[in-house]
Ligand binder design. Structure first.
Ligand code: 5AD
Ligand code: SF4
Length: 441
């Protein structure tokens, strides 16, 4: 048998791309590929791209320029572009960078083996359709290789919300939920292979409405409760959510489903009602705060994470102060904040009142200082507390392991290596800049 071909995938952007990259690697297994960690010895290089903020496409083009040089030494090397830049740019990529052999959008990964074969024959290999069939149904079942303790599982893709700034509804398409039976089977398989924690993924994960094994429609809470019945699955998380899809049962699950971890990423983007309206978020700041109160009533120690955009077109000083005020009111343990970046084809890109770059930078700095302060305070408050830690790998020091706490803080502790993949009780003894130190109980 000939040697396997080597596949190198470079993943940009969100966790869904991380999941998709794994599945692309698996889909190309039957075509004779194994993955490699270095582009230099690869027979195929795939860039799994992100388009959420500006310059993403330009970054991809400059990376492709660099890769072209590799092709000069290795004419058989195939180069592919996948992900949201592939979806948004399509044939333009082949035109601008002729060294590219294959372009595939996020909904067509099940067609990769065919595209790869076409690329090998020197034929055009472009697919940015939104096909009727479910890409996950068609992707080969995961091979039974042993896995690390944590895994992602995409349950829902696409978005129907059309926030005025966002390209996702255009690049990932309309909301599609995978059938619950398939997700249960995939989760059971992951657990059989050593996974103890599963993070359910979706662009709008709490809008999940898949067909249940009983034929009825299941929401995310129902799915989580069913997955929690799997023996050996210790922890469940989900991301990313929209405030308007926080159904009552999902809030309740945070209080009564012990495997659902006390961490919630619930982006609000802005604290100004005027800006929220212009963003087409369809909720007010007060509604968001009231929702947080209800979730915290169900799970008082919940660690809240969020996303913020500053400098949205038309954002005034007062609007920005409203965002600062909302952050003070809510209190975040983790957050991501960005300067608004106009995306071609989105309604906000056409809006008047683009905020000058210096003003946006200044606002971002102030917001990030506040969020960092809150994050540190929340981390410091863990000292003295007892938490569960899922150990993932050896730490830097001899005899040390690192893992994640229930609240997703990185924790290191002296612990025997056979605790890797297990959840142990740990007392937090110290708070360092980006991690906690604990002692086994
Ligand atoms: N500009 C800046 N930030 C954006 N995000 C999405 N689109 C844009 C944009 N055009 C941010 C939002 C979202 C996160 C994934 O990325 O905060 O929640
Ligand atoms: Fe984008 Fe808004 Fe959909 Fe999130 S909810 S993916 S920000 S359109």
């Amino acid at each position: 048998m000939s040697d396997p071909r080597k596949l190198f995938i470079k993943t940009y952007g969100c966790q869904m791309n991380v999941y998709d990259s794994e599945r692309m690697a698996e889909a190309l297994g039957p075509s004779g590929y194994v993955t490699t960690d270095t582009p230099d010895d690869a027979d195929m290089i795939l860039l799994n791209t992100c388009h959420i903020r500006e310059k993403a496409a330009e970054k991809v083009y400059s990376e492709l320029g660099r890769l072209k040089a590799l092709k000069a030494d290795k004419p058989d090397l195939k180069i592919g572009v996948a992900g949201c830049v592939a979806q948004a740019e399509g044939a333009e990529i082949l035109r601008r960078q002729p060294s590219v052999d294959l372009v595939v959008g996020p909904q067509s990964y099940h067609r990769l083996p065919d595209l790869e074969a076409r690329a090998r024959k020197g034929e055009a290999a472009l697919d940015t359709d939104f096909p009727e069939e479910d890409k996950f149904d068609k992707l080969a079942d995961r091979p039974k290789a042993k896995r690390g303790p944590t895994a992602f599982l995409t349950v829902q893709e696409g978005c129907d919300k059309f926030c005025a700034f966002c390209v996702v509804p255009y690049t990932r398409g309309a909301e599609v939920s995978r059938p619950a039976a398939r997700l249960i089977a995939e989760a059971e398989d992951l657990v059989a292979r050593g996974v103890a924690e599963i993070t359910l993924l979706g662009q709008n994960v709490n809008a999940y409405h898949g067909t249940g094994p009983d034929g009825g429609e299941w929401g995310l809470a129902r799915l989580i409760r069913r997955l929690a019945e799997i023996d050996g699955l210790e922890r469940i998380r989900f991301t990313t959510s929209h405030p308007n899809d926080m159904e009552d049962d999902l809030i309740a699950a945070h209080g009564d489903c012990p495997k659902l971890m006390p961490y919630l990423h619930l982006p609000v983007q802005s604290g100004s009602d005027r800006v929220l309206k212009a963003m087409n978020r369809k909720h007010t700041a007060a509604q968001y705060v009231a929702l947080i109160d209800r979730i915290r009533a169900a799970r008082p120690d919940l660690l809240l994470s969020g996303d913020f955009i500053v400098g949205f077109p038309g954002e005034t000083d007062q609007d920005f102060e409203d965002t600062m005020e909302l952050v003070r009111t809510v209190g975040y343990g983790q957050a991501y904040s960005f300067k608004y970046s106009p995306r071609p084809g989105t309604p906000a890109a056409e809006r008047k009142g683009q905020v000058p770059a210096e003003v946006a930078s200044d606002r971002l700095q102030r917001l990030q200082a506040l969020l960092t302060e809150q994050q540190k305070a929340r981390q410091d408050a863990m000292v003295g507390q007892e938490v569960g830690v899922l150990f993932e790998k050896p730490g830097r020091l001899d005899g040390q392991l690192v893992g994640k706490s229930d609240h997703l803080h990185a924790v290191h502790a002296l612990a025997p290596a056979d605790l890797i993949g297990k959840v142990a009780r740990v007392r937090i003894v110290e708070s360092a800049p980006n991690s906690l130190k604990g002692a086994l109980i």
